[in-house]
Design a protein around this ligand. Structure first.
Ligand SMILES: *[C@@H]1O[C@H](CO)[C@@H](O)[C@H](O)[C@H]1NC(C)=O
Ligand SMILES: *[C@@H]1O[C@H](CO)[C@@H](O)[C@H](O)[C@H]1NC(C)=O
Ligand SMILES: *[C@@H]1O[C@H](CO)[C@@H](O)[C@H](O)[C@H]1NC(C)=O
Ligand SMILES: *[C@@H]1O[C@H](CO)[C@@H](O)[C@H](O)[C@H]1NC(C)=O
Length: 330
């Protein structure tokens, strides 16, 4: 590996997850007096936060590759990732460099990109992350890494305690990290559905949501409590014009990957299918209302199935809705 010591770091992809992680990384580099993070994006908006923190913008991927030894990538989906990696390989200057991809994609996409990058003498680490953008900015994500162990050693100091609160080592096969991510998405989506049902039952039967929520926190832990709060706080249905914490569209993509893998393996994920059906219904509801919904909006669908309104008390209060408004109980 030709990387300098310390390696010069770069970042490609400044969506809500990418920007949050890149900012944490840049802050750490500043703290340690290390060379600043170079970055690029599909669309570079001026004066962005990362630049203010000391990051150095590059005009394109070729400039980024010239300036860096290790480049992190965070984009939205398989199609974008494949196109971005093609732009990296077409620079023909990846020899000895390290690419670390944090995007959630199908394991097969990762496998074929790893093979392609190997033919360019580029080391590849698959490093999908677990947690929403707010958790990302707090540096509290989990990250799973898979790839050559000596390369993982090089990048670990920039992960543990910087981008993530914990690093899970999956082994040498990059695609397995994505298999773990997909399995985790399946668990997360199922939990959303399960807690939605619990809250609907509580509401119908007259058990206060706050009491149920304290039980969830005390007995099932912080992750379940966070999911519960995304329901009860109303953030599952953001106010008009507000962006969701985690986009429903991305969750549909993510759970779809898991269902596809299960199908290939001849396994039925019935809970996954249930979640997917509810997310698709939520998407239709959002389109009808012209609202961007959060992945937790399955809560609204589960509510409607039980004869409740899609909007819970928190949403009604926030949006100033009364029972006479359109969309009331049916
Ligand atoms: C980076 O590019 C993406 C895709 O074009 C865009 O959605 C995002 O807002 C950009 N981020 C910044 C900080 O410019
Ligand atoms: C993924 O790869 C496996 C094994 O090579 C194959 O059976 C499967 O059809 C592929 N799936 C997709 C969606 O390409
Ligand atoms: C990769 O490395 C091998 C052996 O060092 C060399 O022969 C080959 O030309 C390199 N390929 C590229 C694309 O850099
Ligand atoms: C729960 O949410 C808090 C605040 O948003 C965050 O700091 C914490 O890391 C989250 N915990 C888990 C386990 O997701």
């Amino acid at each position: 590996m030709s990387s300098t010591n310390p390696p010069r770091l770069g970042w490609f992809g400044l969506g809500s997850m990418g920007l949050a992680m890149a900012c944490n990384l840049q802050e750490q580099l500043t703290k340690q007096n290390l060379p600043a993070l170079h970055f690029a994006n599909r669309s570079l908006s001026k004066g962005d936060t990362l630049k203010e923190l000391g990051g150095i913008p590059c005009q394109d991927i070729s400039e980024l590759v010239q300036a860096c030894d290790v480049i992190f990538i965070s984009v939205t989906n398989d199609e974008v990732l494949t196109s971005v990696i093609n732009q990296f390989t077409s620079t023909n200057s990846l020899g000895g460099k390290i690419l670390v991809d944090t995007t959630t994609v199908h394991p097969n996409t990762t496998a074929s990109l790893a093979t392609k990058l190997a033919s360019h003498n580029c080391s590849f680490i698959a490093a999908p992350v677990f947690g929403p953008p707010l958790t990302a900015r707090a540096g509290q994500l989990l990250i799973a890494v898979a790839g050559p162990p000596q390369v993982i050693e090089i990048i670990t100091p920039y992960l543990q305690g910087v981008i993530a609160r914990g690093v899970i080592r999956v082994g040498e096969d990059p695609s397995k990290a994505l298999l773990l991510k997909s399995t985790s998405n399946f668990i997360g989506a199922g939990l959303m559905y399960l807690l939605s049902e619990a809250h609907v039952l509580a509401e119908k039967a007259g058990l206060p949501a706050s009491v149920l929520e304290s039980l969830i926190e005390a007995n099932f832990g912080a992750y379940a409590a966070n999911t519960s709060k995304r329901l009860t706080s109303g953030s599952y249905m953001p106010a008009a014009g507000q962006a969701p914490n985690s986009a429903l569209e991305l969750a549909i993509k993510d759970v779809g990957i898991g269902l596809g893998i299960a199908n290939e393996q001849g396994v039925r994920l019935e809970v996954g299918e249930l979640s997917m059906g509810a997310m698709e219904e939520a998407r239709a509801f959002g389109e009808e209302k012209g609202r961007k919904l959060d992945s937790h909006s399955v809560f609204g669908v589960v509510r409607k199935k039980a004869g409740l309104r899609f909007e819970n008390e928190a949403v009604k209060k926030r949006d100033g809705l009364t029972e006479h408004d359109e969309g009331g109980e049916t």
